[in-house]
Ligand binder design. Structure first.
Ligand code: HMG
Ligand code: MG
Length: 301
C-alpha cells in the first residue's frame, strides 16, 4: 500500500447529527424522501435518526415513523443513536440495523448530554450493547469530546482510551471518536491515535470530525496517514451537538468526497447524487449549508 489507502468508508450522519441541531422542523415526509435519496448515493451506512428523549432533541422525535417509512436499500445499514434501554426498545421496533451508543470522555459534557456521570453511564450502555448484540445488531460506540471539552478544556488521550476499553469490553463492534466541538488540530489527532492504535486495530476506529474551525479536512488527512479509513460526515456540513455550545456541523460529506476522489481514493459514493441530496435539504431548511464543495457545485451546475 502507498501512503494513502485505496478505499475509504463513509457513514452519512446528516439525518441524525445534521438535523439534531436545526431549530427549523423538517417535515417527516421530507426526511423520508431525503434519506431515500441518500440511500441511492452509494453510501453503505446512514445514521438516520435518534431514539433519545423527544424533549431533549425535538427535531428527531419522529424517529420511529421515519424508520418505519423509509425505503430500505439492502446495501445500506440503517443505524440510529440510542442512549439507554428505552431508546433501544423503540429503535428495535422501528427496525434499525445498527445501534450507536454514546458517551463522552469528559464528565461535564457527559452530564450535560445524557444527565449521568461516566460511572453511572457504563452499566446503562453495557446493558444496551449486550441486548443490541443479542438482537443481532451492529453496535458502534461513540466517544465525544476526545480532544477538547467545552467545559473542561484539553482531554488526555489516556482518559479517552479508558472509555474505549469499557465499550469494547461490553462488546461494541467499532468505535467512533468525536471531535464534538471541532477544535482539534492534526497534532492532537496524532497524540490520540498514537495511544488508541497501540491497542486497537485501525479497522475498528472511525473518526468523527466537526468543522467549527475549518480543521476537519486537515484532521482527516492526518488520520489517513495513520491508516484510518473510516469517517463520519454529514451532507452539506449540517450538524452540531445541542449540548456542546458553539459546536458547528460535521465535516461535509461533499468536501470529503472532493478530497478523497481528487486523491484517487475510492468511496463508491456518487458526488453528483450527494450534491442533489445536499441541495434538497438546503432548500427545505431555506439556508445555505456550510459545504464549499456543495456551494461550488450548485453555483456551476
Ligand atoms: P433523563 O431525564 O436522565 O432520563 O435523560 P431518565 O432515565 O431519568 O428518564 C426520565 C424520563 O424520560 C422517563 O419518562 C423515561 O421514560 C424517559 P417519565 O417516566 O418521566 O415519563 N426516557 C425516554 N423517553 C424516550 N426515549 C428515551 C428515553 N429515555 C428515558 N430514550 C436521556 C436521559 C439520555 C434520555 C437524555 O439525557 C437524552 O435524551 N439525551 C440525549 C442528548 C442528545 O441527543 N445529544 C445529542 C447526541 S450526542 C452527539 O451529538 C455527539 C456525537 O455526534 C459524537 C460527537 O460529535 O462527539 C454522537
Ligand atoms: Mg457529532
Amino acid at each position: 500500500m502507498g501512503r494513502w489507502p485505496e478505499f475509504v468508508e463513509i457513514k452519512e450522519v446528516g439525518p441524525r447529527d445534521g438535523l439534531q441541531n436545526e431549530k427549523k422542523r423538517v417535515a417527516t415526509s421530507d426526511k423520508i424522501a431525503w434519506i431515500n435519496m441518500l440511500s441511492e448515493t452509494g453510501v453503505k451506512e446512514i445514521e438516520y435518526s435518534s431514539f433519545v428523549h423527544p424533549k431533549w432533541v425535538p427535531q428527531l422525535s419522529d424517529a420511529h415513523e421515519v424508520g418505519r417509512k423509509i425505503t430500505r436499500n439492502p446495501d445500506v445499514r440503517y443505524s440510529a443513536l440510542v442512549p439507554n434501554q428505552k431508546g433501544l426498545d423503540l429503535a428495535l421496533e422501528a427496525g434499525i440495523d445498527g445501534a450507536s451508543v454514546f458517551m463522552s470522555a469528559s464528565e461535564s459534557h457527559n452530564k450535560k448530554n445524557i444527565n449521568k456521570s461516566l460511572s453511572e453511564t457504563y452499566p446503562v450502555l453495557g446493558e444496551v450493547i449486550k441486548n443490541a448484540k443479542d438482537a443481532g445488531k451492529h453496535v458502534t460506540g461513540y466517544v465525544s469530546t476526545v480532544f477538547d471539552c467545552p467545559y473542561e478544556g484539553k482531554i488526555n488521550p489516556e482518559q479517552v482510551r479508558k472509555v474505549i476499553d469499557h465499550l469494547f469490553a461490553y462488546g461494541i463492534d467499532d468505535i467512533s471518536l468525536g471531535d464534538t466541538i471541532g477544535t482539534a488540530v492534526p497534532s492532537q489527532v496524532e497524540a490520540l491515535l498514537d495511544v488508541v492504535l497501540k491497542t486497537y486495530p485501525k479497522e475498528k476506529i472511525i473518526l468523527h470530525y466537526h468543522d467549527t474551525r475549518g480543521m476537519a479536512i486537515a484532521n482527516i488527512l492526518t488520520s489517513l496517514e495513520y491508516g484510518i479509513t473510516r469517517f463520519d460526515s454529514s451532507v452539506g456540513g449540517l450538524g452540531g451537538c445541542p449540548y456542546a455550545p458553539g459546536a458547528a456541523g460535521n465535516v461535509a460529506t461533499n468536501d470529503v468526497l472532493y478530497l478523497l476522489h481528487g486523491m484517487g481514493i475510492k468511496t463508491n459514493i456518487s458526488e453528483r447524487k450527494m450534491q442533489e441530496a445536499g441541495l434538497f435539504m438546503q432548500n427545505k431548511l431555506g439556508k445555505t449549508l456550510p459545504s464549499k464543495s456543495l456551494a461550488y457545485a450548485i453555483a456551476h451546475q
